[in-house]
Design a protein around this ligand. Structure first.
Ligand SMILES: [Zn+2]
Length: 245
């Protein structure tokens, strides 16, 4: 299995595409795992659907200035983690919808990077730990990603115009869904939790005076406890391309 409970597992994806709605979503959720994979040789690519320009209380700044700040923060965070490339789709923040157009844009990146693993949030997640409504952009990005992975990215007769660009159909091997309340796969992040915290701190416009370290450690401890790990991140993993059994 390509992605399993990687307590001692040496096998990692050759390429992983992590898709999120906003800058900082991946740092809050699965950055420990992505940093770990990057250290083990995975080419990790970020695909960020919006540039987070609405998540900002700075009326003195233009939309373009807010986009520039948040994209720079995202690039800095990605650099801490060893991410190879960051792609921004620049969809409007706060208004993201799982449209066919968004799905097509994600299909394009899946065909371009040919990831074995695609990582995203859970499109069915409405509430987080009884204390937070999941942002609709998060659900939209996740839904469009799941729909892009299956079946669109792998179908020859969908998006045939991509063929002229050399973008052939591609079927990822697994879908790795971030889980906040359970999950079936727990990644040991003891060696990368410091990177996760350092990366999150790069999003200065968002965290301002808040120190994210206690929150990140507490969450990773809670998820690690399920498997007797000190720190973990939880996922639901869907193995694709497997014959029905
Ligand atoms: Zn977000």
């Amino acid at each position: 299995m390509l992605v399993s409970d990687q307590i001692n597992d040496k096998e990692v994806p050759r390429c992983a595409l992590a898709v999120a709605a906003h800058p900082d979503d991946l740092e809050f959720s699965c950055a420990g795992t992505l940093a770990r994979w990057a250290r083990q040789g995975t080419k990790v690519v970020y695909l960020i659907c919006t540039s987070g320009e609405a998540g900002f209380d700075r009326p003195d700044l233009s939309r373009e200035e807010r986009i520039a700040i948040r994209e720079a923060e995202q690039r800095a965070a990605a650099e801490v983690l060893g991410v190879h490339e960051v792609v921004f789709l620049r969809e409007p923040d706060g208004l993201l919808q799982p449209t066919l157009e968004l799905r097509r844009k994600i299909v394009r990146e899946i065909r371009r990077f040919q990831p074995e693993a695609v990582v995203c949030w859970d499109p069915s997640l409405l509430w987080i730990n009884g204390s937070m409504v999941n942002h609709p952009d998060h659900r939209a990005a996740a839904q469009a990603t799941v729909d892009a992975v299956f079946p669109s990215a792998g179908l020859l007769y969908l998006h045939e115009d991509f063929l002229a660009e050399g973008l052939k159909p591609w079927k990822p091997e697994c879908l790795v869904i971030v889980s906040f309340d359970g999950g079936d796969t727990f990644m040991d992040i003891e060696k990368t939790i410091e990177l996760k915290i350092a990366a999150l701190k790069k999003h200065k416009s968002q965290i301002r005076d808040w120190d994210p370290e206690p929150f990140i450690r507490k969450t990773a401890e809670r998820q690690g406890r399920v498997r007797g790990l000190r720190y973990a991140e939880a996922f639901k993993v869907i193995q694709l391309n497997k014959p029905l059994s």
